[in-house]
Design a protein around this ligand. Structure first.
Ligand SMILES: [Zn+2]
Ligand SMILES: [Zn+2]
Length: 321
């Protein structure tokens, strides 16, 4: 009896232990499942230009669904006309026009003009960048297929098509933030404007209202109503309109920092670039220029001679004070 009792207790104990082990195993399995789904969810939000690295080595004739995204990328930055066949049958083929577009991109950025997605081209395309165009292809759409885009031997500044600029003698611009703009931006934006003010005749002060401001600054996520939705972390970091458009938008899904940090965009650098658009500069092919389109986490830059030359050319005046 006592043996049985002891045995019974022993049995009960091991039963309890087994239950505990089962509960623990179940918990571990649950945590693993949660972990896996978290990783998968994270993967779904991975950088929007991940398709580019998968395309390394592709060239004319390559057919894969990621080609559709490459065409959209080339359209977004002005290398392909928007009537190109991204939605049609054959949209997934690396065709003649895409090869021309890739060559133009390579010429613009001073890469080897191979027309294929070699590693240098892929490395540049995969970097985070400004959402404004590099060039407009419109005028060249009727050109003969295979006719090379004229080489930009000198790599330097550019202006928006039609060279929009602020009115003569309008060198004082007002700015204001959209409601809810984070404190970091309120701290850093005046410094970025101060940098431009120190190198050009332009001066800046706060407008009485957002609507009346020359420069309207906002931090927005995804689709924010101007036809150029942001794309989550990395990819496009910000974009800005030409003079008189005046919009300066930052992607709320990016990590921005005041100082230089390895895993965030240096906000003053990004803001300097965007305000360059506000003054009339488009993208420079000079990698040292603040108007170079690509900027990485932890990268700090200032306004360069190329940027100042671009404004001097646009406004026809001396820029230094
Ligand atoms: Zn830009
Ligand atoms: Zn916007």
């Amino acid at each position: 009896m006592s043996f049985h009792l002891v045995n019974g207790i022993a049995c009960n104990t091991s039963f309890m232990e087994m239950r505990m082990v089962q509960v623990r195993l179940f918990t571990i399995a649950l945590l693993l499942l949660l972990g896996i789904s978290w990783v998968l969810a994270g993967k779904a939000q991975s950088p929007p230009v991940n398709f580019i690295s998968k395309l390394e080595g592709s060239h004319k004739g390559t057919r894969t669904k990621d080609i559709v995204q490459l065409k959209q990328y080339m359209e977004k930055y002005g290398y392909l006309h928007h009537h190109h066949n991204t939605d049609e049958a054959g949209g997934d083929v690396f065709d003649d026009r895409l090869e021309e577009a890739v060559k133009t991109f390579q010429q613009f950025y001073g890469l080897n003009v191979t027309g294929a997605l070699d590693s240098d081209t892929v490395s540049l395309m995969a970097r985070p960048r400004c959402g404004d165009v590099d060039i407009r292809t419109g005028a060249r759409e009727n050109r003969h297929p295979g006719h090379a885009y004229s080489l930009r031997v000198v790599r330097h500044y550019a202006h928006f098509p039609g060279k929009p600029k602020w009115a003569p003698n309008k060198y004082h611009l007002t700015y204001q933030y959209a409601p809810g703009t984070p404190q970091l931006f309120l701290d850093v934006i005046p410094r970025a404007l101060g940098r431009w003010a120190s190198r050009t005749p332009f001066t800046f002060s706060k407008a009485s209202s957002y609507e009346s401001a020359d420069l309207r600054i906002g931090v927005f996520r995804g689709d924010h109503g101007d036809g150029s939705p942001f794309d989550g972390p990395k990819g496009v970091t910000a974009h800005a309109g030409a003079p008189y458009v005046g919009s300066v938008h930052f992607d709320a899904d990016e990590k921005f920092s005041d100082g230089v940090e390895p895993h965030a965009f240096h906000l003053e650098t990004i803001a300097l670039h965007e305000f360059g658009h506000s003054l009339g500069l488009l993208h420079s092919s000079d990698p040292t220029a603040i108007m170079f389109a690509y900027t990485d986490h932890g990268q700090k830059k200032d306004v360069q001679e190329d940027d100042i030359n671009g404004l001097r050319n646009l406004y026809g005046i001396r820029m230094s004070k």
